[in-house]
Each structure stands twice: as C-alpha cells, then as structure tokens.
Design a protein around this ligand. Structure first.
Ligand SMILES: Cc1cc2nc3c(=O)[nH]c(=O)nc-3n(C[C@H](O)[C@H](O)[C@H](O)COP(=O)(O)OP(=O)(O)OC[C@H]3O[C@@H](n4cnc5c(N)ncnc54)[C@H](O)[C@@H]3O)c2cc1C
Length: 400
C-alpha cells in the first residue's frame, strides 16, 4: 500500500489549491482525481473565460454570503491579492468587469488551469482514480494510506464534470439539505418567441424576496444573472433534499419592468401623454419604456392591440398596462436542473472548524470547496470559496 502524509480527493479549484498549499510544507502530497484531467468544471466557468473572483472590498465581499462568519477566516488567510498574485507571478494578468468581476486578461479559463497545474510540480497526481471508500486510518480504496485527508469533491451539479451526489457519503459527516443553486427557472409558458431577449435592470420578485438585475429569456424559461441569483433564495425557501426527492415546485415570479417609476407616476405620465400624443400607436409609444422586440409579446399578454392610438385607450386598458408594466408575471413549474451552477447545502458547517477546515468529529479529516454547505451569488463568489477554503485546508493539514 502506498503511503502519503496528505491525500487530497478531487482535482477541482478547491482540491488543486489545497494540494498547492499543502505541498509548501509537505513533500508527501497526493491529489486523487476521478477524471483523466484536472478542473473540468473550472474550464467551463464564466462561459470559458473564468470569472475567478470578485474584487469587492473584503468586508462587503463577506456580506454577500449567508455563511460569512464561517468564511471570514479563510478569506482573510487567503485574500484576493494572494490569489491573483499567484497568477501574476507567472505572467498571467487580470481584467476587471462590471460588479467587480475579475477575469484573466487572456479570457481563457484554460490559462488559469495551466498556471495552477504548474504549481503542482511537487504533488503526485493520480488521474482516473475515483475514491469510493475511505476507511479508518484513512485507507483509500484499500490502495492508499494517508495521515491526513482533504475532501474537495465539489457539489452534485454538472455530473459530466465529475461531480456526484454519492460523494456525500464518503465520510459519515452530517449533511444539510442538498439543493440546486444558481439555477434557471422553467416557465409554464413556452417562451420561444422571445428567446434571446434580455430585460436590463428590472426588479424580479418571488414572495418577499426581490433582486434587481437582468432577465434573459430562453426557450424554456427565465435565466440571466438576476433570475439566477434570486433562484438561490427560492431554492432555499422550498423544502426538499435531493438526497431524498426531487423538488415539487409551482409558483409565480413577478417582474417590475419599470422600477424607476411608481404606479402613480406612470398613471400621471400616461394621462398626459395619451392626451398630447393621441395619434401615436401604442406599440410605438411603448418603445419609450420597453426593449423593441419584447413589445409584441408584452401587448399579447396585456390583450391589447398595438395599433390602437393612444387617445383611444380607455381607463381599464390604461390600468391594465400599468399593472403589467409593474407586475409582469410568469408561472414557474420547475428548476432547470441540468443548468444549476452550484449546489446549495453539503457538509454541515457545524462540524467543521472555520479556522482550519478540519472536522471537529474526525481529527485529520479536512474539507474544502463546494462539498461544504457554502455557496454564493454569481460573479466570482463561488470560485472564491473554493480557492480560499482550499488554501486554508491545505495549509492547516500540512502545518499540523
Ligand atoms: C457552467 C458553470 C459556470 C460557472 N462559472 C463560475 C464563475 O465564472 N465563477 C465562479 O466563481 N464560479 C463559477 N461556477 C461555480 C464553480 O465552478 C464551482 O463553485 C467550483 O468549481 C467548485 O470547486 P470545487 O473544487 O469545490 O469543486 P469542483 O470544481 O466540482 O471539483 C471537484 C473535483 O472532484 C473530482 N471528484 C469528485 N468526486 C471524486 C471522487 N470520488 N474521487 C476522485 N475525484 C472526485 C471531480 O472530478 C472534480 O474534478 C460555475 C459553475 C458552472 C457549472
């Protein structure tokens, strides 16, 4: 049986970073990856461009996570500056886009993976090795023994990248409910006729949760950063656990298409405009408020004729217009599970020491990345979790 000081299970961003950090203090680190290459999901991130982190100041950054107290120590131990300098030292620089999102200047996630792999020189990497069992004393698949083990097997979405719901049973650690996160929504209505259209800076609401952002229509439903971020709150508010059953969902999403105007302001504006621009056709007038190619769909939903002149619109129709502009609803029938970007839930943080990432139940067992009950919004927040918790786990395991 081969023996190592530290075995890292899973070669995604969390596991790679854990192995890099561990190898700074230990010459006996093995990284076990079930695929024939590392970082398959990492390669897909940011549409292949890799939104590697979010450059908000650290306090604001932490406030974006519901598990901020747990993350605090790892974020301060391995900061954005630490992360980015790893790449800059090897000649890979970064660009910043809106909302503090950071991408490599080459806009290729493969370049991020290449640099990370460079840092693994002192680590033994075993590919096509699926960890199926971890016995006491850390005997892995009856083949490898390690003094310490770091579990970085990720979540359960995009199984083609190596993620698998059965990994949660590798240790007997308690779990929180496993759910879809950052997931598009499927609408009851077919949206083919408006697929590809984006509504910018609208307010999307589900019950009392509201998010300002963009909505992108797909053939089957709603996506785009605003919807994706709101989906986390929706998924969390519904009671289900993918380890037991699929979610049974049916609810309504409302979009405020004109958040900058109140209903009263709109009513006032319409009263005045319908008088002064009486000959204008409704479909042309709406161009002042809505993106062009959404107008026909909108008018159909309002059951209004776009060719009608403004002066001929009666009070009832005017009120319907205002109602639809302020509260355009969609019936949601499912999550688009195949496209869920992250997993909500995982190893319960109650049993993990946030200062080291070590289990409080089993000494020398560590966790890092998405396998933990950690997730953030879109915008570089999830890779940030993987890199910071990965670094802390690797460092702690090698220093113990
Ligand atoms: C399409 C898409 C785009 C995304 N874009 C972004 C983005 O731009 N920015 C951002 O911050 N986040 C993004 N994310 C989220 C981000 O990719 C994840 O949060 C991150 O990859 C989690 O890292 P991880 O190392 O914990 O897990 P993973 O990246 O899932 O890595 C886990 C690794 O463990 C291996 N493994 C699993 N089980 C075993 C086993 N039993 N034995 C051996 N190996 C095993 C897997 O093969 C895999 O290589 C995106 C996600 C998706 C799906």
């Amino acid at each position: 049986m081969k023996e190592y000081e530290i075995a890292v299970v899973g070669g995604g961003p969390a596991g790679i970073m854990a192995a890099i950090a561990a190898s700074q203090n230990s010459s006996s680190v093995i990284l076990l990856e079930k695929n024939s290459r590392l970082g398959l999901k990492l390669l897909m991130t940011g549409g292949g461009r890799c939104n590697i982190t979010n450059l908000k100041p650290i306090k604001k950054l932490l406030n974006s996570y519901s598990q901020k107290n747990f993350l605090k120590h790892s974020f301060y131990t391995f900061t954005n500056e630490n992360l980015l300098s790893l790449f800059q030292d090897k000649g890979l620089n970064f660009i910043q886009e809106d909302d503090n999102r950071i991408f490599p200047e080459t806009e290729k996630s493969s370049d991020i993976l290449k640099v990370l792999t460079d840092y693994l020189k002192d680590v033994v990497i075993t590919y096509n090795f699926e960890v199926k069992s971890i016995k006491e004393g850390f005997v892995i698949n009856d083949e490898i023994r390690a003094d310490k083990i770091i579990i970085a097997t990720g979540g359960m979405t995009y199984p083609q990248t190596g993620c698998d719901i059965k990994n949660y049973a590798l240790t007997s650690h308690p779990l929180t409910d496993i759910k879809y996160g950052l997931v598009p929504l499927i609408t009851k209505r077919d949206l083919s006729e408006i697929a590809g259209i984006t509504l910018y800076d609208v307010v999307i609401s589900y019950k009392k949760s509201k998010i300002t952002g963009n909505v992108l229509f797909s053939h089957v439903g709603l996506t785009g950063p605003g919807v994706i971020n709101l989906s986390n709150e929706i998924s969390e508010s519904i009671s289900y656990n993918l380890l037991e059953n699929d979610p049974d969902i049916s609810f309504e999403i409302a979009i405020d298409l004109l958040p900058e105007l109140t209903r009263d302001q709109l009513a006032e504006r319409f009263t005045s405009d319908f008088q002064h621009k009486g000959k204008t056709m409704l479909k042309n007038y709406l161009k002042l408020f809505l993106t062009n190619n959404f107008i026909e769909f909108f008018l159909n939903e309002c059951d209004l004729d776009g060719e009608i002149q403004l002066s001929r619109i009666n009070r009832k129709s005017k009120n319907r217009l205002i109602e639809k502009l302020k509260r355009f609803t969609f019936e949601i029938t499912d999550f688009n599970a195949k496209l869920a970007k992250v997993t909500i839930g995982g190893i319960d943080l109650e049993n993990v020491n946030p200062k080291t990432m070590e289990s409080t139940l089993t000494p020398n067992l560590y966790f890092a990345g998405e396998v933990l009950d950690l997730h953030g919004p879109t915008g570089g927040y999830n890779l940030k979790i993987a890199f910071s918790t990965g670094y802390l786990a690797g460092m702690s395991a090698s220093e113990k």
